[in-house]
Design a binder for this molecule. Sequence first.
Ligand code: ADP
Ligand code: ADP
Length: 239
Amino acid sequence: MSKRIDVKNLDIYYGDFLAVKDVSVTIEPRSVTALIGPSGCGKSTFLRSLNRMHEVIPGAHVQGEVVIDGENLYGKGVDPVMVRRKVGMVFQKPNPFPTMSIRENVLAGVKLNNKRIKKSDADELVETSLRGANLWNEVKDRLDKPGSGLSGGQQQRLCIARTIAVRPEVVLMDEPCSALDPISTLAVEDLIAELKENYTIVIVTHNMQQAARCSDRTGFFNIEGTGKPGQLVEFDDTQ
Ligand code: ADP
Ligand code: ADP
């Protein structure tokens, strides 16, 4: 379930604007890589390119390769929907579907992929995904209550459960704690460090301490000035 990522000479454009220049990097399976750098240097842009999410933005396009488990996501005939199944994404602001119950939220990604599952399999998937997100004990007695009734930190762990329920190989997280209070942040950081047992994880953060606490390796993005592209300039493997 955990796969290696090889990014080769990746350039990312919005129309004519080169936002991220010439990134090459290998990310090992069962690891957490944190990407850090000043605002506007292209961290989110780069992260989105790892599951082709930037394609929802008109004019956004890439040159180069992102190879996951030997397959270039940008190769001919690759289905973007399959890519997003393989590579899950968790966003900054917890975004459970507000009208859905906790159970329905966990299953939402699986159902979007048009998979029909038996009730007993669904129950098992809900439990294993919530356990995987360190949320089971807190919600097992209220699975049919709305996800929006949970605290911010619980909602973010619910979103992580929804992501891992699809059984991806890679999980991307864009500033997953920046909308959370300090206690919830620690719970999500602990969870991120645990998730690497099963997934290859890449997170964007603006917090050095967070990078040190929950990642194995930090990649630093930088930008020379307005209008210039962001670049991945350095790695710290000493954590
Ligand atoms: P970071 O995540 O490091 O703050 P971003 O990836 O959000 O940086 O942005 C990198 C650059 O790309 C910035 O100059 C930003 O203004 C630009 N950018 C981001 N999203 C878009 C978009 N949808 N259209 C045009 N330019 C964008
Ligand atoms: P983030 O860094 O978390 O992506 P931003 O506030 O930079 O947050 O961007 C919010 C949204 O606006 C993002 O979806 C981004 O793609 C888009 N965006 C950022 N910069 C630009 C830009 N120069 N032109 C158009 N859209 C942009």
